[in-house]
Design a protein around this ligand. Structure first.
Ligand code: SF4
Ligand code: SF4
Length: 228
């Protein structure tokens, strides 16, 4: 199996984008020779709902996109192991320690770093989330893209409700999508972000949905009808 076969396998298990790069400095799995960077298009807001459940002294947190990425990455890793390679999927808990996913996605040629501080892909714009599988297979690397196709439209800056994006760059302290907010930001999130249920809240995605790149992708609903 070569890099092309591995990419076909990734698309076959359900990813929309795939590229290959090398492990970043300090990568903790010694046998890793290649990092397979995987993109899943997130063309519906429901991917970005977050569930904050507390009951009987327990705290649970779920976000559909991470569940989907982990499940597909685990499936790809299993298929690679069946080929005789070592392969480990990235889990959400490990993600910060194992890889800078945005840097890896750019290095693997999946997109460019946009003015919204996100990776902007050619087909789906910034409406993509990334996962990874680490493997002992020594696969041909992809290269970063040369053309910078995030133009000077600044629609993402204008869409940001807090001024976290602008000519001065990204101001993390102002971003409503902050994962570990200060108490002040948590209160702001409570006020600004819509709830689907008592414990489920939509993350701010205004800078993603404002981006015109990727709008050419037509998204419809579908039904799985029973025969007869
Ligand atoms: S997630 Fe929301 S608050 Fe954060 S930069 Fe994007 S639009 Fe601004
Ligand atoms: S909205 Fe415009 S400036 Fe922002 S990421 Fe998309 S193309 Fe780039």
């Amino acid at each position: 199996m070569d890099a092309r076969d591995v990419k076909d396998l990734a698309l076959d298990v359900g990813f929309d984008l795939v590229g290959i790069t090398e492990p970043q400095p300090g990568h903790p799995i010694p046998w890793t020779r290649s990092v397979i960077v995987l993109g899943l298009a997130t063309l519906d807001e429901a991917f970005d709902y977050q569930m904050f459940l507390a009951y009987e002294g327990k705290r649970r947190w779920y976000k559909p996109i991470y569940t989907a990425l982990e499940a597909l990455s685990a499936r790809l890793a299993r298929r690679l192991r069946e080929q005789g390679w070592q392969a480990e999927p990235l889990t959400f808990e490990d993600s910060l320690a194992y890889v800078d996913l945005r840097a890896a996605a750019v290095a693997a040629g999946l997109g460019v770093r946009g003015k919204n501080n996100l990776v902007v892909t050619r087909r789906y714009g910034p409406q993509v989330r990334f996962g990874a599988v680490f493997t002992s297979a020594d696969l041909a690397r992809d290269r970063p893209l040369h053309d910078y196709f995030c133009p000077s439209c600044t629609l993402c800056w204008n869409a940001c409700p807090t001024g976290a994006l602008g000519p001065g760059g990204f101001v993390r302290d102002l971003c409503l999508a902050e994962f570990r907010p200060t108490r002040e930001m948590a209160a702001r999130q409570e006020q600004a972000l819509p709830r689907l249920t008592r414990t489920t809240r939509l993350q701010c995605i205004a800078c993603l949905t404002a981006c015109p790149i990727g709008r050419k992708v037509v998204v419809e609903t579908w039904h799985d009808f029973r025969e007869g």
